[in-house]
Structures are given as structure tokens and as C-alpha cells.
Design a protein around this ligand. Structure first.
Ligand code: ASP
Length: 324
């Protein structure tokens, strides 16, 4: 484990363009030192601001990081206007909304659901898999059966807007994911609570118009999310196939274990992934990481990825640094 001073030194190496959560349209870029703080919650993309606000209610009342990340993840899941997570998510090419989610606590317990249909808040089902079953991951029909038996309601998750977008897509039926627009975007959320414990959650409807049955990185422990309470946590967004190939989030955590700051750790793994692809056009991957001291950082391939940070002193939306 690193000494506190080393952590702070590493963190100071990282700086980022900060936009306050209340003024994100007029992005004001300024240099900011990342300082150690606790409790703290960080999450991917602009919807992370709202997610963090919910999580903060728990963290600021001395609550558990696990509860905080769960309620945070539920914010975009429940929002029908968010087209990349949960209810309102864009469907696969057959018009089915299929959801992936996972959660991990400070003891290394984890739970996950993949290719789950008809349940608005898959992160809650993932937590139930973690707490109420001897397994880590349930998929498809079995995951749905478990959710229904656990009391979750079966719902139609395809909103009129998502259906309209899918019917438009059907006219050409080309699977050409465009980076940084809302036909993908996962919420990954990491929290460190007052007691010094880390947890994380990750939830998505995956790549829009994917093949029926496709599962991305987001429900895969070690790819879309990884938490080690001795070191830190990391989560991913972007093209899931690329993140899986690199075991992305687990590798980011290993870099932090070896002394890298969260930002340096994310950068190393983004660069590693970039080397796997001859062209990076339309290949976006972003990592977000939080260490045991409450220092955070992120890195991505292309500009456009941002993340939200909430603590006693901060309520920011920050542009991720990028390699291209
Ligand atoms: N990683 C997600 C997936 O591949 C999508 C995203 O985060 O943009 O399903």
C-alpha cells in the first residue's frame, strides 16, 4: 500500500478541465489539483451529476458506499429520457431492450445480470444476485425469472421515442456506433464512504442496435467494473468489446496497486487498448478510477467523455483527458 504522501504527489500530477455541475453549458476550463477527500462519489457522463446527488444523500449521512452507488445508478436507469441506460434505453436490432449491470462491495462480493429484459432497475437485481444467491452472474431468462421471484415488476422498457429511433435505424440497418452520442453510454459509479470503504456499480442498455444476445463489458466483473477495497475501484464506458479484451477495470486497479495515480492508471490501460486497434476512428473507451484515499482520475481515447465528482468540496462535471 502506498504512503499517503505518495498518493497526494501522484494525484497532483493529474489535472483536468473542470466544469461546475451548474454551469456545464459554458464549459470553463481551469486547472485543478485532485486532492484526497472522503466521502466522495464519482460517476461517468453528464447524468452522473444527478446520480451523484442521490448517492451523496447516503454518503453525507454516514451511509455505506454500496447503498450510495446503488441509488446513484438507479437515477439514469429510471429516467425514460436517458436512451443508454435502463428504462428508455435504445433496443437491440430486434427492438428488444436488454440490460447489463453489476455491483461490487468493499468485501469483494459482487453480483451481476446480463441480457436482462423487462426490469427497470437491473442494478437492484444485480445486488440481489450478490446477496441472495450463491452465484455472481445471472443472464437472460434465468435472470428475469430470479428478478420476478424476488418481487420485481415486469415492465415494457421500450419507450415511444426509443421505438421511433429503432424504426428509423431499421431503414438502413447499419451497425455503426458513433462515439460520444447517446446510442451508448454507461453509468459507472464509484464511492468511498466515511468509514473508508469503497464500492462500485455499472449499468447500461449497451450498444444500441447490437445483435440480439450481445453482452458488453458492463456486467462483467473486471471489465466494466472492479473494486478492491485495499487499493481502489475503476469502471469503464465505451465500446464494451474493447474493454473486455483488456480486462479493463481490473487492470486499472492493478496499476493503482502498483503505485500509479487514478489518472495515470486509466491512461495506461486506455493506451494498451488503443494499441489493439489499427484504427481508432469510432473507437471510444473511457475509464474512471477512485483510490482508497479518495483521489480520482479518468482517461479516454477521444474527447467527449466527461465525469461527475461530488464531495463536501466539489460538485463538478469534468472533461476526461484523451489520447487522440
Ligand atoms: N460499454 C457499454 C457496452 O459496450 C456501452 C457504453 O458504455 O457506451 O455495452
Amino acid at each position: 500500500m502506498q504512503k499517503r504522501r505518495t498518493f497526494i504527489k501522484n494525484a497532483v500530477l493529474g489535472s483536468a478541465a473542470i466544469t461546475t455541475a451548474f454551469g456545464c453549458e459554458n464549459a470553463k476550463k481551469e486547472e485543478e489539483k485532485v486532492i484526497a477527500q472522503k466521502p466522495i462519489v464519482i460517476s461517468t457522463w453528464k447524468f452522473g451529476v444527478q446520480a451523484n446527488a442521490e448517492a451523496w444523500k447516503i454518503l453525507s449521512a454516514n451511509g455505506r458506499a454500496l447503498d450510495a452507488v446503488e441509488v446513484g445508478a438507479m437515477v439514469p436507469e429510471s429516467d425514460p429520457t436517458e436512451s443508454s441506460v435502463g428504462f428508455g434505453g435504445l433496443p437491440d436490432r430486434e427492438g428488444k431492450v436488454t440490460l447489463d449491470a453489476c455491483i461490487m462491495d468493499e468485501k469483494g462480493n459482487c453480483g451481476s445480470v446480463a441480457f436482462l429484459q423487462h426490469i427497470k432497475n437491473p442494478i437492484q437485481v444485480a445486488r440481489k444476485v450478490m446477496e441472495d444467491t450463491p452465484h455472481v452472474m445471472l443472464a437472460g431468462e434465468g435472470a428475469l425469472q430470479f428478478a420476478l421471484e424476488s418481487g420485481f415488476k415486469k415492465e415494457n422498457l421500450l419507450t415511444p421515442n426509443a421505438e421511433k429511433a429503432w424504426k428509423e435505424w431499421l431503414k438502413n440497418s447499419k451497425y455503426e456506433p458513433v462515439i460520444n452520442i447517446e446510442n451508448h453510454d454507461t453509468i459507472g459509479i464509484l464511492a468511498l464512504d466515511e468509514a473508508g470503504n469503497l464500492s462500485g456499480a455499472c449499468t447500461t442498455s449497451g450498444m444500441a442496435y447490437k445483435m440480439h444476445g450481445r453482452v458488453g463489458d458492463s456486467p462483467i466483473i473486471g471489465a466494466g467494473l472492479y473494486v478492491d477495497n485495499e487499493v481502489g475501484g475503476a469502471c469503464a464506458t465505451g465500446v464494451g468489446e474493447a474493454v473486455i479484451r483488456a480486462a479493463g477495470s481490473a487492470m486499472v486497479v492493478e496499476q493503482m496497486r502498483n503505485g500509479k495515480s487514478p489518472e495515470e492508471a486509466c491512461k495506461i490501460i486506455v493506451e494498451r487498448i488503443a494499441r489493439l486497434y489499427p484504427s481508432l476512428e469510432n473507437m471510444q473507451v473511457g475509464f474512471l478510477a477512485l483510490n482508497k484515499n479518495g483521489e480520482y482520475g479518468a482517461y479516454c481515447i477521444h474527447p467527449g467523455f466527461n465525469y461527475a465528482v461530488k464531495s463536501e468540496k466539489q460538485d463538478d462535471l469534468i472533461d476526461g483527458k484523451h489520447i487522440v
